[in-house]
Every structure is written in C-alpha cells, then in structure tokens.
Ligand binder design. Sequence first.
Ligand code: F0G
Length: 454
Amino acid sequence: MKTIIEPFRIKSVEPIRMTTREERADLLKAAKYNLFKLHSDDVIIDLLTDSGTSAMSAAQWGAVMTGDESYAGAPSFYRFEAAVRDLMDFKHIIPTHQGRAAEHLLFNLIAKPGHIIPSNTHFDTTRGNIEAAGAEAVDLPVAEGKVPSLDHPFKGNMDLEALEALLREKRDSVPAVMMTITNNAGGGQPASLENIRAAAQIAQHYRKPFFIDGCRFAENAWFIKLREPGQQDRSIKAIIHDIFEVADGMTMSAKKDAFANIGGWLALRDDALAERARTLLIQTEGFPTYGGLAGRDLDAIAQGLSEIIDEDYLRYRVRTNAYIAEKLDAMGVPVVKPAGGHAVFVDARAFLPHIPPLEYPGQALACALYEMGGIRGCEIGTVMFGRKPDGSEEPARMDLVRLAMPRRVYTQSHADYIVEVFEELAASKDHLRGLKIVKEPPMMRHFTSEFEPL
Ligand code: F0G
C-alpha cells in the first residue's frame, strides 16, 4: 500500500476548542506576541513541542497503575533501569525529572569557567546549563547542516575537522565532547553512525569523555537504518546499541523518545562521576531510585521505551513530517530539507525576506500561523539564540519556525489542515511585519520575552 497509516487506533480523545481569527488576534495581543504565554486550550493544533506531549499507549497507562511509590528501591525503578539498559548499556542510570535536570547535574560536575564544550549543536537548555556553569558552549555542525534548502542525509553530523582543531588547539579547556541526536536546533536532523563513531574516536584520542544528548535516539536510529549504507538490514535495537556503545554517558529527556509525559536520566560509565552525580541528585532532585519522578512515571518510561523502537511506529512518525514538508515545498514555502525526525522546520528568513533578522522573522511567522489558523509553532532563531551572555544581540545562524509533532497525537487530516493554513498565509505574507522585544530576561529569553509588532 502507498499510504503509511497511523499504526494505532484511538481509544480515548481530547476535544479541540475551535476559535475564530478575531478571537486569536486578541489572544495573541494579550499574550504579548509570545506563544508560550497562550493558554493551550486557545490553540487548535499545538506544535509548540514534541516534548511531554505524546499520547501514551493503553499499555503505558496500565503500567502507571502498577507504579510503586516507595521512597527507596521501588520495583518501578528497577523496571526503568532494566528498560534503559536494554537499549543503552550504561553502568549507572540516574533518573531525573527531565532532560535539563540531567544536563544540570552533568555540567555542574564537569564544566568550569574558562571551559569550552563542543557539540554538533547544543539545545538551548544544554547551552543554558553550560553557560550557567561559566563555560562556553560551542556548536560545530557540518557545513551542510547550515544550509536549510540543501538536501543531505545526515545534516546533524559533527564537523569532525573543526572538532579535531578545537581539541588540538585548546585541549586543556575542553572537559568533554557532546553530541545531540537528532540535532534538534539544527532542524531535527540525524547524525550518521559513522560520524558519531568518528567524533567519539577524536574525543577518545584526546582523552575526553564523549556524551550523547539522546533525546530523539530512536528517530536518529531510524534515519540511520533508512539512509546509511550497510544499515538497512539491521534492527533498530542493534543500531541504538552501536550508537551508545561509543559514549561515556548520556543525558536524556524521556519526554521525547520514551513516550512519557515527564522524566529523564543521566547515564554514566565512570564510577566516581556517578557517585558525585548521585550526591548532587539527592540534594536537588531526589533519592537515586526516583530522581524527582513518581514511581508510575518510571513505569511509563519503561513501557514507552519498548514501544518507541517499533519500526511501524518509526516509519509513520518520520513520514508525517515528510508529508507536510513535501506539500509546503511544493507550494514554495522554504522548509529545511529533508524533513526532520520530530518536526518540520520552516525557513522564516527566506519566507519573509522583507523582515530583517533583528526584527525576528521567525517570531513574526509563528504569530501569523497562530492568528491565521490557531497553529502554535516555535521560533528557533534570533529570539532563541540571538542574545549573547554579555547582553549584546546578533542574528542567529538561521531563523526557523519549528512545527514539532507530538507523538501519536494528530492525524493526517490535522496535517492537511496545517498545509491549508500555510496556503492562505503564503498569499498574504508580504504584509507581515516584524516585532521588537519590549521586555526580556537575561537568558533563555524566548520563554518569557514580551513583544510588540513594528
Ligand atoms: N536536549 C534536547 C535536544 C532537547 O530537545 C531538549 C528539550 C532537552 C535536551 C531538554 O529536555 O525538556 O526534558 O528538560 N527540548 C524540548 C523541545 C523542550 O521543545 O525541543 P527537557
């Protein structure tokens, strides 16, 4: 069959509240043109994030009921630990309440002022945690990853020459090498197994630990299976095993590729580092067998991990985004190519060339999508990355709008609706205006900044 259908039936539904364009214009104004400030029941299709927004399966809800809430040594923890270890064989698996808590633990322990931590591209919370420790977060994506319109199978790859040069020149300043799979901020693009292995090898040569931010590991593994020569006949599990085998540790948000609504973990091989991490965990998150989570959350993660590696699911998952991206591309809306694993990224800078980067074309497009069709996306551009730690501002490398697909939540008719909203928007896009920021916090400003249209 040609159509890749949703490989699930819907047992339980949530209503969507319909709104009019006039209502949304008022709601947008009241939210100071920051979509994070909207009430989610004023949103028709919520593509703000794929994080924590997955539809859990009947089996996950069943597992929730068997969650054990003992403070220490709950069976839920051991089920969680076994499920993680089944995919990623790390010695120490430390639960956290979400991914950024794992990052906080890790960088609190390994990053100091003057340090530099390279990655293919750090996600914003990773960057925030590195900078909060006084270190510098450096992005080293491959050149192909910087050109939105360029089709390339592994745009999430690390620039290995740049990594080698950094380590050669500043060896003593680099405490660790990081790699994000898939590369979220760079368009949800995967890294190849070959590139992950090579980056790990360079790190090892300079005796630096190699950490993977594995939030979307299953999507990345699926892309490896689809696109990397020699990987087609291998199981997703075998590919995942190979990815993590070369890492000294990982940070994880279970809100992505574990189908959970909350949770995460820090995994390590080093005993001494793990002991320090657990001590800090007790201080900030909770006892090491629950790490800020309820036992039922740990069980939801354990079950979710067994579902995320299902190839029928992964085929459908990646196809949803490709379907939307192909239709947008066909109507001339510039999208990051190929479509990412968890999202479609629209190149707002190219779509709205009359809005300069410092007037935030991504924010302007995200606001217009909401006003026009009640779709909530997320700016990933100059608003998110343009403010430097010293308070100065410069355009980000790209101005994108991310339409992140919650897992197993929306159907193909929702996808068709999204395409239709773009059709209407494309007809009037030259009238869209940029914005200015009227209030902003010192870091991670996209969450709370307030804007006014220019
Ligand atoms: N790393 C990556 C690559 C992420 O995408 C995220 C979260 C995190 C770390 C942090 O995990 O949210 O559990 O604390 N990304 C979400 C997003 C928020 O919308 O892309 P968290």
